[in-house]
Design a protein around this ligand. Structure first.
Ligand SMILES: NC(=O)c1ccc[n+]([C@@H]2O[C@H](COP(=O)([O-])OP(=O)(O)OC[C@H]3O[C@@H](n4cnc5c(N)ncnc54)[C@H](OP(=O)(O)O)[C@@H]3O)[C@@H](O)[C@H]2O)c1
Length: 345
């Protein structure tokens, strides 16, 4: 089978290879495993961090990718699944249900000790796969797992977003941010966004945001409060980190929450005494447990939500086009590879 692997390359600056290679197709299953024929996979920013050598626990030679959808072509034991079922894979292992954090050794799939899904076939333990929401195309289903899980935990478990609240989602062009927008809008919140790009703000408004500001404008905090009618914010769902926290402290109401799942600007947040005196809570947020993954899929099915897919390319060989797009930051939503041409179903 064809697979996309991470291969060490000694360049400066570091940029390891993402290489399509031939590997043996898995032939035998252990009890409780399922063999999936993968029909689509999607990228997350972490694949770029891995290529740049800026990600912990990289295992060279391993298959990349945490996000995939496929059909079951073989199954051993269990009664939950049958051949032909369309399933998505939980993008991490070792975190069952504890809302505080992983109970066991925790791995995100792809490029690490837990091999990834960017291959024509993938063997999964049955407890780590779930029926893909029926209303989604393969590209949309592939776009959902990691970004959906991260957004679900940041919005609901950590951000506690609820109806009528004012919510800011930063960097709306990102895959996670766009799903956070869908979750927050469907929960009845008044959602505002920030972006480096006016066109992305307009697209977010078409998806239900009330408005947005350009985070490159020094006065973005004032601009935001102006378009929100002078009101304070209840929650910020953040991927920027760095100095933006100073502005969050100003625009949040007392007891406001910042749920931070990434630090695109710099990997430090300074919490001032002003934030302490305002009872502001900074909550780190990551992907999530298997239970949250299942809850996220149920939520997406119930509200018929659709992840925004920016681009779909054909075949693993197109991976570099996705990496170039991610580097440029031009995408609005998720970057997907369709593997369907090789599908026998
Ligand atoms: N903690 C976790 O488990 C977890 C899980 C997933 C992702 N992450 C992290 O979250 C971040 C986003 O991931 P992704 O996969 O959604 O990335 P992505 O699809 O590549 O999007 C990145 C987005 O970051 C935004 N951005 C860049 N500079 C910014 C700034 N100064 N202020 C605000 N936003 C800024 C951009 O928004 P505009 O284009 O709108 O300007 C861009 O679209 C990455 O840092 C990633 O490592 C963490």
């Amino acid at each position: 089978m064809k697979a996309l692997i991470i291969e060490k390359k000694d360049t400066k600056p570091v940029y390891h290879d993402a290489k399509v290679t031939d590997l043996p197709k898995p032939e035998t299953l252990e009890e409780n495993q399922a063999l999936l024929e993968i029909s689509a996979v999607s990228f997350n920013h972490r694949e770029l961090w891995i290529r740049k050598g800026q990600y912990p626990g990289i295992v060279f030679g391993s298959i990349m990718g945490a996000d995939g959808v496929g059909r079951i072509v073989d199954v051993k034991g269990g009664s939950k699944f049958k051949v032909g079922d369309r399933v998505v894979v939980n993008p991490s292992t070792g975190w069952i249900k504890d809302p505080r954090g992983p109970e066991e050794a925790y791995y995100i799939l792809g490029g690490t000790h837990a091999g990834g899904v960017m291959a024509e076939y993938y063997v999964a333990p049955q407890e780590e796969i779930f029926k893909a929401p029926d209303h989604l195309t393969d590209a949309e289903a592939a776009a959902l797992p990691l970004a959906g899980l991260t957004a679900y935990r940041a919005v609901f478990t950590k951000g506690q977003v609820a109806k009528g609240q004012n919510v800011l989602i930063t960097g709306i062009g990102g895959g996670v941010a766009l799903l956070a927008l869908a979750f927050s809008v469907s929960a009845g919140a008044n959602v505002y966004v920030s972006s480096s790009d006016e066109e992305k703000i307009q697209k977010a408004i078409r998806l239900g945001a009330k408005g947005g500001v350009n985070y490159k404008d020094e006065k973005w905090g004032d601009n935001l409060q102006k378009i929100a009618g002078g009101e304070f914010f209840d929650v910020v769902i953040d991927s920027a980190g760095g100095d933006a926290f100073k502005t969050y402290t100003k625009i949040l109401r007392a007891g406001g929450i910042v749920a931070t799942y990434g630090m695109a600007t710099k990997p430090v947040i300074e919490v001032s005494m002003a934030a302490v005196l305002k009872n502001i809570e900074l909550r780190g947020s990551t992907m999530g447990s298997r239970l949250e993954f299942e809850q996220m899929l149920d939520y997406v099915s119930k509200h018929k939500l659709r992840p925004v897919v920016s681009n779909v390319w054909q075949g693993l060989e197109s991976a570099d086009e996705a990496f170039e797009m991610m580097k440029s930051g031009k995408q609005f939503g998720k970057l997907v590879l369709s593997l369907k041409a090789s599908s026998k179903l």
